[in-house]
Design a protein around this ligand. Structure first.
Ligand code: PRX
Length: 635
């Protein structure tokens, strides 16, 4: 068990040094001791950030579900793998044991096989947070199919773009989903999406809400009867270490969403190892991550990382405000949750409500609190620490990305002393670097720059589906021999990192990564709109909210502005999803542009944030007069 479970700070430094001095030897030891392989690797690491090409454990053969399920059966067969806490409090929670989960995964895998899904095929999963979602991921992995989960809050347009980009032939969905006191017509969204996806042959539907839906004959089938008939065991497909495990889309600063491709062995090793250490998970602990499996946090730290450790992982279908603002704490008390992992936006929303919602519940089971997705501000950190952790549970502010697959910069609880708003130290094996404007590395402490990583770690995404050039351009071209994260960071006097936010045009709203381009495209499709630009501005719950600057066509000038605002947000809801709606929309006669025609978002960001005392250099603007007008009418 050497090095697998770090228990004090000196040990962290020792293991860290070892992991960067000889990464191959370090990861080889972890891989050897803690996982089951069908065949050992020939080579631990092969990498070249120029091409870029990264291969971990080349030559090894395995199936990740044998690591997440089969190997636990002799010792943990009757242990709960998944606790399912439904949206509605009158519905009972489910406890699914490892043995039951294994059976459910095998049945679903057989149903997929029966529908012609083969190794390497892509399967689109558009499901709410119900057990079938976890089962679907694992069922794909069982047979070597590549899952592409699309968050079930995305619109039909966003869904069809993703289905077509990775050429999925089959979609798993449900009739609907429960979210608080609402139910959402997921199947209707899928039907609309599929009008633009001629390649989809089958839709398998989970019955969840019992709502009235249309089933297209020949294409759509209810899943449950197929599962009931399917054989309860399924031989695991033997995969190569570098075979793709899944595609997960993330926003870019420009263009279409990027289908990040994660492969099998490295992803498994890194998510399992980080899970064990970052949450100090011990056998019989109950671990709860509130993310949706539609995001990377759910993939790595609801499904794969916990299950690879034989942990009990809780899936919550609902929302923090239903039936009231005490729901999270009610669930913690009810299931005696030991590790709780959530997003700053949820903490800020709950901190606005009456403290009684927290104080009412017994939270003494909690040992570790986690935060992810965006910077956690000091106020939210203290509220979390005082009222949830009772100053007794360390907070792990974990910085990472869809692209990194696993947690990169984080305290280790009970090991690393924490400082509010600091993600603190690089995790084992991670070699961060801060870069200046001249693409030179900034050494030493008390410095600030652009955050890069110098050396590959096992779970780095290997490519963008169908577009390796974009992968290189986005992540490996800004700085030579470095992975560029898109974030800014500072390193303080003791070497702790604090993430300062995105340095590109990605905006993080309520922890969701939104690119400006698809939102602007959606707005521009409105018949009255000529052009638009989106920026983020600070918001006390969402972290950032969206501010849109819109130029109308002449034909739109006579239209009622409030109606236009509603229509524009409707347009965004249809094209991207409700999470991308604008909080403020200002109609303008022009947008500040450079001589080369690029919108100067820096100026728009400052105006939207009410920070106009120093707009910086505007000398390169083609149309400086428009800035005054925008400032005068700012909302
Ligand atoms: O800007 C950083 C922010 O979220 C971005 C990654 O978003 P996504 O790929 O959706 O993954 C989110 C969940 C891993 C990062 O580039 N971010 C994530 N965690 C933190 C953070 N910013 C500050 N502190 C964090 N702990």
């Amino acid at each position: 068990m050497s090095n697998y479970h770090i228990k004090h700070l000196e040990e962290y430094y020792q293991v860290y040094r070892k992991s960067v001095r000889n990464p191959e030897a370090f990861w080889e030891e972890i891989a050897e001791e803690h996982f089951v392989w069908r065949k050992r690797w020939d080579n631990v690491l092969n990498w070249d950030f120029k091409k870029p090409e990264i291969k971990w454990f080349e030559g090894a053969k395995l199936n990740i579900t044998e690591n997440c399920l089969d190997r636990h059966l002799p010792t943990r067969g009757e242990k709960t793998a998944i606790i399912f806490e439904p949206n509605n409090t009158d519905e009972e929670a489910l406890h699914i044991t490892y043995r039951q989960l294994h059976e459910r995964v095998c049945r679903m895998a057989n149903v997929l096989l029966d529908h012609g899904v083969k190794k390497g095929d892509r399967v689109c999963i558009y499901l709410p947070m119900i057990p079938e979602l976890s089962v679907a991921l694992l069922a794909c992995a069982r047979i070597g199919a590549i899952h592409s989960v699309v968050f079930a809050g995305f619109s039909s347009h966003a869904l069809s773009t993703r289905i077509n980009d990775s050429d999925c032939k089959i979609v798993l969905t449900s009739d609907g989903s429960f979210r608080g006191n609402k139910s959402i017509d997921l199947k209707g969204i899928v039907d609309k999406a599929l009008e633009a996806c001629p390649g989809v042959a089958n839709v398998l539907v989970v019955k969840r809400t019992g709502s009235d839906i249309t089933m297209v004959p020949g294409r759509d089938k209810w899943l449950q009867p197929l599962l009931d008939e399917a054989y309860a065991d399924c031989v695991a497909e033997i995969m190569d270490a570098e075979d793709p495990l899944f595609i997960l889309y993330t926003s870019g600063s420009t263009g279409t969403p990027k289908g990040m491709v994660h492969t099998t062995a490295g992803y498994m090793v890194y998510t399992a190892y980080t899970f064990k250490n970052v949450f100090q998970y011990k056998e019989n602990d109950v671990y709860w991550c509130t993310a949706d499996i539609g995001w990377i946090t759910g993939h790595s730290y609801i499904v794969y990382g916990p299950l690879a450790n034989g942990a009990t992982t809780l899936m919550f279908e609902g929302v923090p405000s239903y039936p009231d603002f005490g729901r999270f704490w009610d669930v913690v008390q009810k299931h005696k949750v030991n590790q709780f992992y959530t997003a700053p936006t949820a903490i800020r929303a709950l901190a606005k409500e009456n403290l009684e919602y927290v104080e009412k519940y017994d939270l003494s089971s909690l040992k570790v609190l986690g935060s992810v997705g965006e910077p956690i501000n000091e106020e939210a950190w203290h509220w979390y620490n005082n009222n949830v952790g009772k100053k007794n549970s360390p907070i792990v502010d974990t910085w990472w990305q869809t692209e990194t697959g696993g947690i990169m910069i984080t305290p280790i609880p009970y090991v690393t002393p924490t400082t509010p708003t600091y993600a603190t130290l690089p995790f084992i094996g991670i070699q961060p670097a801060l870069m200046d404007e001249n693409a030179k590395e900034i050494k030493g402490n008390q410095v600030e720059g652009r955050l890069c990583v110098k050396f590959p770690w096992p779970s780095i995404a290997r490519t963008i589906w169908g577009n390796h050039d974009r992968y290189r351009d986005t992540y490996f071209s800004a700085y030579e021999n470095m992975y560029f994260t898109g974030d800014g960071a500072l390193r303080d006097a003791v070497g702790y990192y604090r993430i300062t936010g995105r340095v590109d045009d990605v905006i993080i709203v309520s922890g969701h990564n939104l690119g400006t381009a698809p939102i602007e495209d959606a707005i521009n499709e409105h018949p009255a709109v000529a052009e638009s630009a989106i920026v983020g501005f600070p918001h006390d719950v969402k972290g950032n909210a969206l501010y849109g600057y819109v130029i109308l066509k002449e034909t739109g000038e006579s239209r009622d502005r409030d109606n236009l605002r509603k229509e524009i947000n409707q347009q965004i809801t249809e094209h991207v999803g409700p999470i991308a709606k604008l909080d403020k929309i200002q109609f303008v006669s022009g947008l500040p542009k450079t001589r080369s025609g690029k919108i100067m978002r820096r100026i728009l960001r400052k105006i939207a944030s009410n920070d106009t005392s120093n707009l910086g250099d505007t000398s390169t603007l083609l149309n400086p007069e428009v800035v005054q007008e925008i400032m005068e009418n700012s909302l």
